[in-house]
Design a protein around this ligand. Structure first.
Ligand SMILES: Cc1ncc(COP(=O)(O)O)c(C=O)c1O
Length: 357
């Protein structure tokens, strides 16, 4: 059987959740489990995150899956509902909505009495400069204050566009607008911190923090590794050597013959490829780990196979190769691929075997 495998370390997930709680001791934690828990598999992750206060997802379908699995914590739909009809299901399953435009406000008001009777919070989104979702200042002040007057319990919500950057001028603008709106709507709960902001701005933790990537043990920062952040990688992605070749100088490897050996070398073929979620494009040299020793990936990544250099390495058939995990971090693979760890994790395919450890 083909051995491409994704291991999910649930103890690491719990460890990372505890890191969030250490960093934001006074806030409730809304664990972001959208996109199948960032590609980790929502079922296993929910079990490991059972001590979280709430979950955050992108759409009703993701929220319903959580309810079907039996979890009763509050769930926030971070894009809100997409139609008035979805409000009925939201109410039936005790799901909370973000409101980011006028039509959603109208749909919420159609269900006002039931929503309030269920003690569900309304998350009202501020657009403070990211220009994706939300009401701008001063409209949002009016929206929150009128919702409060109607009996709704509101959370002022915002998302930073550059929380991973120390210098970006938009950070100050976003912080200031959030504080301005909060002051104008008091008493109101607040939530604006994703992983990067949890690390950087403890003074902005307010009532709810919304960690995503840090829970999964990848870094929200380009210049800080998970080791420096004291987080543990949750996913380990492995495959096995299924063939060994000795090649001479001048021989090439793989599709397009993009790699040509300069000297004779031993190469191994590993049964992993873009059909499994391993990326194809590597503008920079990429590496895999063999029992902690890093070695080069050579030639093109195919749908089902890659080639690696095993010259001078004891790596017989069946040797397990770590594509990413604890020795070769997903963020390092992402960097060589010209992307971020978030993307590689989220686009894991359904083909690898999945195991919980
Ligand atoms: C509204 C919102 N909050 C929180 C998060 C979590 O962000 P991160 O994974 O960077 O912690 C996301 C992720 O995209 C988001 O969209």
């Amino acid at each position: 059987m083909r051995q491409a495998t994704v291991y999910i370390d649930t103890a690491a997930l719990q460890y990372n959740l505890n890191r969030v709680k250490q960093l934001a001791p006074n806030a409730k934690v809304v664990s972001m489990v959208k996109a199948n828990a960032y590609g980790h598999g929502v079922k296993d992750c929910l079990a490991a995150l059972s001590s979280t206060d709430a979950f955050g997802v992108a759409c009703l379908e993701e929220a319903l899956e959580i309810r079907e699995l039996g979890y009763t914590q509050p769930i926030t739909l971070i894009e809100g509902v997409f139609s008035s009809d979805e409000m009925a299901q939201v109410l039936e399953k005790d799901i909370e909505v973000v409101i980011h435009h006028q039509a959603q406000l109208n749909w919420l008001r159609e269900y006002k009495d039931q929503y309030i009777a269920k003690n569900l919070k309304v998350w009202v989104k501020l657009n403070s400069g990211m220009n994706r979702l939300g009401f701008k200042v001063p409209e949002i002040i009016e929206v929150i204050n009128s919702l409060k007057a109607e009996g709704f319990t509101c959370v002022l919500a915002m998302h930073f566009a550059n929380a991973d950057s120390d210098q970006h001028p938009l950070n100050e603008q976003q912080k200031n607008q959030f504080l301005q709106v909060k002051a104008a709507c008091e008493p109101v709960m607040g939530s604006c911190c994703n992983s990067a902001a949890i690390f950087k701005w403890p003074e902005l933790n307010f009532d709810f923090v919304r960690p995503g990537i840090m829970l999964y043990g990848a870094s929200p920062f380009a210049d800080k590794s998970v080791k420096e952040l004291n987080l543990k990688p949750v996913m380990t992605f492995t495959a096995e050597i299924i063939a060994l070749n000795h090649i001479q100088a001048g021989e090439s490897v793989g599709y397009g013959s993009t790699f040509t050996a300069e000297t004779e070398m031993d190469i191994a073929i590993v049964s992993i490829g873009y059909g499994d979620g391993y990326p194809r494009a590597f503008p920079k040299q990429n590496y895999v780990s063999i029992n902690g020793t890093l070695t080069c990936v050579i030639g093109r990544v195919a749908m089902d196979m890659i080639a690696i250099d095993v010259t001078g390495i004891n790596a017989p058939l069946g040797t397990v190769i770590e594509l990413w995990g604890k020795d070769r971090l997903v963020d390092e693979v992402a960097e060589a691929n010209g992307t971020i760890g978030y993307e590689l994790l989220c686009r894991m395919s359904a083909r690898p075997i999945r195991k919980k450890i």
